[in-house]
Design a protein around this ligand. Sequence first.
Ligand code: UDP
Ligand code: LCN
Length: 794
Amino acid sequence: MLESLRNDITTHREFSYLLLRRFQGMGRAFVLRSDLQDEYQALVSEHPEPPPTHSPLVQLVEDVQEAIIAAPWVCLSVRPRVGRWWYLRIHADELAVEPLTVSEFLALKEHLVSPRQCHDKPLEFDIGAFQRNFPSMRESRSIGRGLEFLNRKLSSQLFDRDGVGLHKLFLFLREHRSNGQQLMVNDRLRDVDALRSAIRAAEKRLRTHSPDTPWADVAHALQDLGLEPGWGKDVGRVLESLRLLSDLLEAPSPETLERFLARIPMIFSMLILSPHGFFGQANVLGLPDTGGQVVYILDQVRALEREMHRRLKEQGLDIQPRILVMTRLIPEARGTTCDQPEEAISGTQNAKILRVPFRNRDGEVVSQWISRFEIWPYLERYADDVETRVKAELGGRPDLIVGNYSDGNLVATLLSARMQVTQCNIAHALEKTKYLYSDLYWKDNEDQYHFSCQFTADLIAMNAADFIITSTYQEIAGTDHAIGQYESYDAFTLPDLYRVVKGVDVFDPRFNIVSPGADAEVYFSYQDTERRIRGLHEELEEMLFGGPHPEGRGVLADPDKPVIFTMARLDRIKNITGLVSWYANSPELREQANLVVIAGYVDGSRSSDREEQEQIGHMHHLFDEHGLDGQVRWLGVRLDKVLSGELYRFIADRKGVFVQPALFEAFGLTVIEAMVSGLPTFATLYGGPLEIIEHGRSGYHIDPNHGDEAARILMAFFQRCAEDPNHWARISEAGMRRVEARYTWQRYAERMMTLSRIYGFWKYVTNLERAETRRYLEMFHALQYRPLAARLEG
Ligand code: UDP
Ligand code: LCN
């Protein structure tokens, strides 16, 4: 690779020289891919003999992610394919090409940002050193399909020559208990041979029974053979399970392994951690730090409880599954239920929200809301208190711990290690890629965002997790040209703090893509007339088209125009003010449609969040500057789900559209809610919506950095709808089909239950080999995270 690049540079000496000069001439120390591309294109258009498109030099320019200009060298990070990186430098005068290690590349960055940094090598975090014995995938297309890979790996390991693999499976079967009752296999059976004999004998005894004979009728006979409850609710199901196991013992295959493990009653109770924000079931959405994560978890709990019930019933167990969602108790609850220690989750039989307060260093309860960027000092004490509470509630430990967001994942790490429970992480959104150079210039942001704590917590938690669920592929590994959110932790540096040469491996089979859904009870097609809630229409009519709203600004002068609708928390990243300004600056769009915005508060004094306050100020400024009050309706309201579901449909009735203009959106629940309601949706191409929407078919991608273009796309859509009355319906229909086919909670729950079992088994068979990683992460936690978090507490 390097040699052919050198030859190509020699062949195209003048072009290479001019290109490097251009890079240097930009006058910046760090140059991003898009700017490098622009310079390259400009040179190609001027140069009489640019290199051919397939030459190594052109390929390099195509693959470069970032350049560091450190005269006389131009240093490059190159991503030839998803998840794979290499580094090099080129001498701008002599055109010499030299490889760089990741450490050398990061050191150059550090030096440019912090020239006075001492010359001693900083602490390097390198998880790669611990992963040599663990299987890793190779192909980019396999990323996020860890389960399939692991099934193959595990089934081949089960069939090792000395029989250790099968013995581990046998021991694993004896592990399962519920409320002290032994399940699956009792200690009459001592080894795999005994198990084989028991299966044969059981099959013989069961053959004489009809398949629907209940387990209870054959329980005694099977218990004598060493088999306990858990094999199935009736003889038919028990026989199927026995045959699956018998096949597995004979010649393990990935499919049999997955099908067999899916039947093992392993998960009876689950702890879901979501500490930050206002976690509740009413009046919370849209409050700072309170959005999709809350919706996701509550919908997830309902779907999981249903699935757990179904599986336990199939296995013949009359056990009530327990799901606890643990969040923070906030005494100053601002009219929410967040000051209540316990709350039953509606739509479930037994699931509840438990709330445990944060305590300060002196052990006193912290009463006010704390931004998600400032919770770090409280989490260890919180984990202690949560452990006590959970053990009291469940009478023991849970069977699975699920962390949410950086804080929940860190607490999950602490608790899973202590209680020896399988750990699943869900990031929802990793902040690192949301803010340009959030790592390199971390010190500049430290006052407001404390990324040093957050990224350290992320590194620890993502490497401790047994499995990680992501909503999309791009969340892990990006696209051909854009870096994934997890991938951004592969190598980075926090100058003067530490350097990460291998932070996470996106090829690790712990990653699994399991996309969430939209609650089908609430978000459904506008055409589903039977389920429509017409009783809300008067309220919606008044809310959107009525006179001045007590919590709003703007009264729509021409209510007959279609509505461009948006709804989000009023964070800077959500870019709601961006959308308002595109609209404001496009007279044609203003002519064609009204804009309805549901976000934040109209009265800035009601907000306690710095970013939100800034955005509120900016919104008012835009209204004043562009005279928007007759065309934009801004509502600072928090809608309950039923009302927001009907609102999407109400706007669809009037041939409106939904816009999600975020600078970056990790997934975007509003996008699937709007689509499944039938609203043609225009959403950012940075993040999840890129995968959710097929541009021009089931919606449209818009680039939030090119507002004029986004406004044009919207205008073109309205124009086309005016010319072709079927156009709106085509996009609407395709959006609904897309969500129904790919984003449902039912599919999510099935998958999650399978993952918990396979990774639980995987954890069991690899337990000893994990000890080194665990100790390394514990050390990093004690020596890096803890002092950083303590500093924040003052
Ligand atoms: N939401 C709401 N009212 C608001 C803002 C948001 O009901 O004022 C809901 C919205 O319907 C969606 C969730 O909150 O279910 C936001 O999730 P999304 O993934 O779009 O964004 P997040 O807030 O998690 O970044
Ligand atoms: C957080 C976000 O920022 C959204 O993009 C997601 O949809 C939401 O969490 C649920 O995972």
